[in-house]
Ligand binder design. Structure first.
Ligand code: FPP
Length: 244
């Protein structure tokens, strides 16, 4: 796509969530091991993240590894962890470029069980980008929507225990503020390629009013044009938020 001639949209989502599905099938179709699909998927993640940022979408959340993904074969898990390492190193190497683009990186998900070196690199990339406000890039690693809600509820329960909050005073907003996405707008659009029409524990609380877009393209084959198609469709939707 010609980056000097970007398409215009009357309405753009403020926040898009991407479920990067279909890497395994992409590899299988080519007789390759599954991890090769994740390598291609990571390339698509970079390409689509950059393009969505160029289009002016302010918040992007990519589902990279779920709390359930630990059940996969150890070599596949290790390959995905190595892709995170590579990307985290790249974030440091390309610090100046990302700074210019104004990208703030946030990792959402549980810290429990993640390798220590990855945790340290995550912390570092969050730190070096924390003052950037043009594009908020969330990467969901060791993320589960239910785990996230439990995490928020525990914070609230502690306040109640200390006598700082009455159970009857608990609000939806308090639960939102205890999530890993605290302070960010809820996603307007969730994109899931590869034909599945499930949320799979992704942004469960935040996606209450999100529009859902699915397509049959496998994530490694997902292009800028596919994103434009999803956005054209989003433009036409009539969002009522429970009203008429
Ligand atoms: C789901 O496809 C994909 C994953 C569980 C891993 C996604 C990870 C990446 C794209 C790498 C991300 C890298 C960075 C740097 C953020 P699947 O394996 O379930 O596909 P299938 O349904 O076809 O088997």
């Amino acid at each position: 796509m010609d980056l000097n001639n970007l398409p215009h949209f009357d309405v753009l989502p403020q926040h898009i969530g991407f479920i990067m599905d279909g890497n395994g099938r992409w590899a299988k179709e080519r007789g390759l091991p599954r991890y090769k699909g994740h390598i291609e998927g990571a390339k698509t993640f970079r390409k689509i993240g950059e393009f969505a940022g160029d289009l002016g979408i302010k918040y992007l959340t990519f589902y990279a590894f779920s709390t359930e993904n630990w059940k996969r074969p150890p070599d596949e898990v290790a390959a995905i962890m190595n892709l995170f390492r590579e990307y985290l190193k790249e974030l440091d190497d390309r610090k100046a470029e990302n700074e210019e683009k104004g990208i703030q990186v946030n990792f959402i998900g549980s810290k429990k069980g993640l390798p220590k070196d990855i945790l340290a690199m995550m912390k570092y990339s969050e730190k070096i980008t924390e003052d950037k406000t043009k594009v908020y890039l969330n990467i969901a690693v060791n993320y589960g929507g239910r785990e996230e809600i439990v995490h928020s509820v525990k914070l609230i329960a502690k306040l109640v225990k200390k006598g700082k909050l009455k159970p009857d005073d608990i609000t939806e907003d308090m639960i939102s503020r205890g999530l890993y996405t605290a302070g960010m707008p809820d996603p307007d659009l969730i994109i899931r390629p590869s034909g599945e029409k499930r949320l799979s524990n992704f942004l469960l609380w935040q996606a209450a009013y999100a529009e859902f877009w699915s397509s049959n393209v496998l994530w490694p084959d997902f292009t800028e044009e596919d994103l434009v198609e999803a956005l054209r469709n989003f433009e036409k939707r009539n969002r009522r938020f429970g009203g008429v």
